[in-house]
Design a protein around this ligand. Structure first.
Ligand code: ARG
Length: 461
C-alpha cells in the first residue's frame, strides 16, 4: 500500500529496506514533547490568523494532548511505517479526531517542524548542561575549601614541579567548568530563534504570524531567513562542541583520579559507591567510573566530528542527511549527563590522603625554585645565577639521597657562604605554598579567597 501522507503520487509502498534506512522513529520519538508543543503553537496561530477555524484548532489541541498522554502512559503504538515522530503523531491525530487533523500541516513542512523540535530540545540540553556543571562546581568548591591548605605536589610533565594545595587543584577545575557553563549559555542564546514557519524552505503564502509562534514556544524571536532556518544545524554543533570541551575537562580530572588512586600514588581513595571490585583479584578496588568518564569523551568527541562531517557537503537547504543529527546529540546528552553526575559524585565522596600528598609534595626537590627565589631576594643574585647555584644544591642532595631541607648548612655554604640557617624556613613545602600569594597563586589564603569569590558569584545568579 502507498504512503498515507504522500500516497497520491505513488503506486506502491517502499521496499522494506527503504523503510529501514528511512525511518527515524526508533530515536526521534524522544522529541514527542517538543513536536506536540510545536504543533499546538502552530495550530493556535493558524486559528488566530483565520487560516483554520478556532473549532478545528481546539480539536487539534485536545487530540495532541491526548497523544502526549498516550505516549507518556506507554500505550502509544509507534509505527516504523509512519517513519518519524512527526508523522506518527499526525497520523494518530487523524485516527483520534478525523478530518480536522488534516488541517494541522497547513503552512508548515516537516523541514521547519523538525528544525523547531530539535532547537527546543537542544536549548533544553544546554540548560541541563549548565545546571549539571553548576552542581559539579559546588562539589569542587566544598572540597577546595576543606583542602585549602592540604599540600600536594604540583606537576608538569607529570613530574613533581612545585608544591600546590589540593584546594588550588580543585579550583583549577572550577575555572574550566565555569567557562564550560559560559559556552553552554552562549550557545543557548544564539540558538534562541524559532524556525517554525519557514515551511519547506521558501516561506509560505499563508498569512502566518511567526512572531506569535516564536513567543508561544519561548523563543526570543523568529529566524530571519527561511532557507537558513531549515538547513541550520549550527546549534547542534555548538552544543556538541561545548559538550566535547566539557567532557575533555572531565576526562583530564578522571585521568588524575585514576593516577591518584593507584596504590603507588595513594593520594585519594574512591568511595565504595564509585568503584568496583575484581571478579578474580580480591584486593582490587578499581576506578571504573573515572575510566568511563574518560571513555565517554571518545564518544562525545566522535559525535561532534560525525555531525560536522554529515553537514560539510550539504547544499542548501534540507537534505535527509540531516536526520542523522539526532542520534549524535542524543548520545552526547546521555553520555555527558552520566559523566557529569559520576564526576560530581566521585569528587564529593573522595577520601583525600593528606599525609601521602604532603610526603610526595616534598619529594623530587620540589622547593628548589623557592631556594633560587631566596637567593635572588636575600642575596641579590641574578635569577639565572641563582638557578645555577640551586641546581648544584639539588645535585648535592641527590648524591646524599636526602631532600633539600635535610642538606647540612655547611654543604649549602660551599655554594655561597652568605647562606644562613634562615634558608631552611623556605625549603619546607608549607612555606613554599604559603609564599605563593600572587593573584591566582596557590597560597591557602588565596584559595580561600577564590572559594569566596565563586560562592558569591553563584549566589548572585
Ligand atoms: N525525520 C526527518 C528528520 O529528522 C524530518 C524531516 C523530513 N523532511 C523531509 N523533507 N523528508 O530530518
Amino acid at each position: 500500500t502507498s504512503n498515507e501522507m504522500w500516497g497520491g503520487r505513488f503506486a506502491s509502498g517502499p521496499s522494506a529496506i527503504m523503510e529501514a534506512i528511512n525511518a527515524s522513529i526508533g530515536f526521534d520519538q524522544r522529541l514527542y514533547r517538543e513536536d506536540i508543543a510545536g504543533s499546538i503553537a502552530h495550530s493556535r496561530m493558524l486559528a488566530d490568523r483565520g487560516i483554520i477555524s478556532q473549532a478545528d484548532a481546539a480539536e487539534i489541541g485536545r487530540g495532541l494532548e491526548a497523544i502526549r498522554a498516550e505516549i507518556e502512559a506507554g500505550t502509544f503504538a509507534f509505527s516504523r511505517e509512519r517513519e518519524d515522530i512527526h508523522m506518527n503523531v499526525e497520523a494518530r491525530l487523524a485516527e483520534l479526531i478525523g478530518p480536522a487533523a488534516g488541517r494541522l500541516h497547513t503552512a508548515r513542512s516537516r523541514n521547519d517542524q523538525v528544525a523547531v523540535d530539535f532547537r527546543l530540545y537542544v536549548k533544553a540540553a544546554c540548560r541541563d548542561l549548565d545546571a549539571a556543571l553548576k552542581a559539579l562546581i559546588e562539589a569542587l568548591l566544598a572540597r577546595a575549601e576543606e583542602h585549602a591548605a592540604t599540600v600536594m605536589p604540583g606537576f608538569t610533565h607529570l613530574q613533581a614541579a612545585q608544591p600546590v594545595t589540593f584546594g588550588h587543584h580543585c579550583l583549577a577545575y572550577v575555572e574550566m567548568a565555569a567557562r564550560d557553563r559560559g559556552r553552554a549559555q552562549d550557545a543557548m542564546r544564539r540558538m534562541d530563534e524559532s524556525p517554525l514557519g519557514a515551511a519547506a524552505l521558501a516561506g509560505t503564502g499563508f498569512p502566518i504570524d511567526r512572531h506569535a509562534t516564536a513567543e508561544a514556544l519561548g523563543f526570543r524571536e523568529p529566524t530571519r531567513n527561511s532557507l537558513d532556518s531549515v538547513s541550520d544545524r549550527d546549534y547542534a554543533l555548538e552544543f556538541l562542541a561545548a559538550a566535547s570541551i566539557t567532557v575533555t575537562h572531565l576526562s583530564r580530572l578522571a585521568e588524575e583520579i585514576v593516577i591518584w588512586s593507584t596504590p603507588q600514588f595513594d593520594f585519594v581513595r574512591l568511595s565504595d559507591a564509585f568503584s568496583t571490585g575484581s571478579s578474580i583479584m580480591p584486593q582490587k578496588k578499581n576506578p571504573d567510573a573515572a575510566e568511563l568518564v574518560r571513555a565517554k569523551t571518545g564518544r562525545i568527541n566522535g559525535s561532534l566530528v560525525a555531525l560536522l562531517t554529515i553537514m560539510k557537503g550539504l547544499p542548501l537547504s534540507y537534505s535527509k542527511d540531516m536526520q542523522e543529527d539526532k542520534e549524535q546529540v542524543f548520545d552526547a546528552v546521555d553520555s555527558l549527563a552520566l559523566a557529569l553526575a559520576a564526576m560530581t559524585g566521585m569528587i564529593s565522596d573522595l577520601q583525600v590522603n593528606a599525609a601521602k600528598m604532603r610526603a610526595a609534595a616534598g619529594a623530587g626537590f620540589s622547593t628548589a625554585t623557592d631556594l633560587a627565589d631566596w637567593l635572588v631576594r636575600e642575596l641579590g643574585l641574578p635569577f639565572r645565577e641563582a638557578h645555577h647555584v640551586t641546581g648544584r644544591a639539588v645535585a648535592m642532595a641527590e648524591a646524599r639521597k636526602v631532600p633539600l631541607e635535610d642538606l647540612p648548612l655547611a654543604d649549602l655554604q660551599t655554594l655561597d657562604n652568605r647562606i644562613g640557617e634562615e634558608i631552611y624556613s623556605v625549603l619546607s613545602v608549607d612555606a613554599s605554598v604559603a609564599s605563593r600569594t600572587s593573584f591566582g597563586g596557590t597560597a591557602p589564603e588565596n584559595v580561600r579567597a577564590q572559594v569566596r569569590f565563586w560562592r558569591e558569584r553563584l549566589a548572585a545568579e
